[in-house]
Design a protein around this ligand. Structure first.
Ligand SMILES: Cc1cc2nc3c(=O)[nH]c(=O)nc-3n(C[C@H](O)[C@H](O)[C@H](O)COP(=O)(O)OP(=O)(O)OC[C@H]3O[C@@H](n4cnc5c(N)ncnc54)[C@H](O)[C@@H]3O)c2cc1C
Length: 416
């Protein structure tokens, strides 16, 4: 069913009784050309682009829970392409360009809103670092503006400009960046993939891999064996657990990241704002809630919940940046499991098992990558060649030393 103003009108006059389900609930077939493991944003977008761009429709997405039950439905929805390094910037800009046409492409309202992302700086050294980042972005043809204090004041007069330790000196602004409705992104890709013949199989956990002579033959699941010529794994925080079943150890650690939302308020935040001297980022949802987050909890875990010390830590930083936040009441908080790579950049690559492909290492930045990750992973699976913007995301870079140390922090997930 195509969504349009006319379909809204027709259904309004027929008592909203004629909407069809957004996707089917098929039984798994015994065999597919490609099985994608993980029905999060990346798995669903991979299936969508496999069908739409590469003509592969005999595809199944196998999800252990319900579609969108992982990080795709838990994140703070920030979309941006303000990266510094050559291995990353073209990829994230490719993603942002896909975001810009996504809703028309999917015929689905993902509430993508380009209201800007502003990263604050608080001292001269940090200003220089942001100037360098902004220049690197502009060299790649990406929009970036360095704002002085007066310009930040005009945009966000309510910030704490006079803090004696960390006065706000200015900020790096990317106007084309913004936010989107996370679940709608998953649902839009699911609908698009389903309508092109992809089977979306929920409540079906992959419990093992069928490997013969070093080549993949399929997967074992809680709903039986499913054979496949190729298998792509995109299970984010569960990556190490799932790939362990294929006998592969990875340079990935799983960590919890929490997010918070306040009661609904009148519009105050023009876009996304992030603090420069502590890890804190905040935006306002269309319903009015302030949505914010900070650091990962800092210990390895597969649990989708966090601990209280980080709640206090995040709120302290939020108050330092935006004191009026103290008047808002937090309604909900939740956690997701992050697949932290050891250089802060992702992996989209083949594995030592022929026909088994891996997509992981998104740390806490994979939502913005959803379109490009799916596109590039589909490209890799269909053509056995990396897409040109994802050539740096090799699995073996930790052995060869070609790491993409985007945040300059080295192998410390707690600092990413
Ligand atoms: C609190 C929080 C805030 C974040 N904020 C941002 C942000 O502002 N901007 C940004 O860009 N990124 C953000 N992220 C990161 C982003 O959400 C993730 O990097 C991204 O969603 C991961 O990819 P995914 O959507 O495919 O993962 P998921 O949605 O987690 O998908 C993986 C799926 O695999 C399934 N699975 C696991 N094991 C199996 C198995 N054995 N068999 C079958 N299925 C399995 C899981 O059930 C899950 O549905 C945030 C994350 C969190 C938790």
């Amino acid at each position: 069913m195509r969504y349009s103003a006319l379909s809204l009108l027709v259904n309004a006059f027929s008592g909203q009784k004629n909407w069809t389900p957004v996707w089917r609930e098929p039984e798994p077939k015994p065999e597919y050309d490609v099985v994608v493991v993980g029905g999060g944003g990346h798995g669903l977008s991979t299936a969508y682009y496999l069908a739409r761009e590469f003509g592969l429709a005999n595809v199944a997405v196998v999800e252990k829970g319900w579609l969108g039950s992982g990080n795709i439905g838990r994140n703070t929805t920030i979309v941006r392409s303000n990266y510094l390094l050559p291995g990353n910037e073209p990829f994230y800009e490719f993603s942002l360009k896909l975001w810009e046409g996504l809703e028309q492409d999917l015929n689905y309202n993902a509430m993508f809103s380009q209201r800007g992302v502003l990263n604050l700086f608080h001292n001269d050294a940090q200003r220089d670092a942001y100037a360098r980042r902004g220049n690197a972005m502009r060299l790649e043809g990406v929009d970036a503006e360095l704002l002085d204090q007066a310009a930040v004041r005009r945009l966000c007069p309510f910030l704490e400009f006079n803090d004696v330790r960390f006065p706000i000196q200015g900020g790096l602004l990317q106007r084309r960046a913004g936010t989107a409705r996370h679940d709608a992104v998953a649902w839009g890709y699911a609908r698009g993939a389903d309508s092109r013949g992809v089977d979306l199989i929920q409540n079906c956990e992959v419990t093992g891999f069928l490997v013969e002579g070093g080549s993949i033959r399929g997967v074992e699941t809680t709903r039986g064996t499913i054979k496949a010529r190729k298998v792509g794994v995109a299970v984010a925080g569960s990556t190490t657990r799932v790939m362990d079943k294929a006998g592969l150890r990875l340079p990935i650690e799983s960590h919890v990241l929490q997010a918070f939302v306040t009661e609904g308020l009148k519009p105050i935040l023009p876009g996304v704002v992030s603090y420069g001297l502590g890890h804190f980022y905040i935006s306002q949802s269309d319903k009015g809630g302030l949505v914010f987050g900070g650091d990962i909890d800092g210990y390895n875990s597969y649990a989708q919940r966090g601990n209280l010390p980080m709640v206090e830590h995040v709120c302290e930083i939020g108050m330092a940046m935006m004191p009026m936040l103290g008047r808002a009441r937090i309604l909900r908080s939740w956690g997701g499991v992050m697949d932290m790579s050891m250089d802060g950049s992702p992996i989209i690559d083949r594995t030592p098992i022929d026909g088994l492909y891996l997509n992981c290492g998104w740390c806490y930045g994979g939502f913005k990558a959803t379109p490009a990750s799916g596109y590039c992973f589909a490209h890799l699976i269909a053509r056995d060649q990396p897409h040109e913007v994802a050539t740096a995301y090799r699995l073996d870079r930790f052995e060869t030393g070609h790491v993409i140390d985007e945040l300059g922090h080295g192998a410390q997930p707690n600092l990413h």
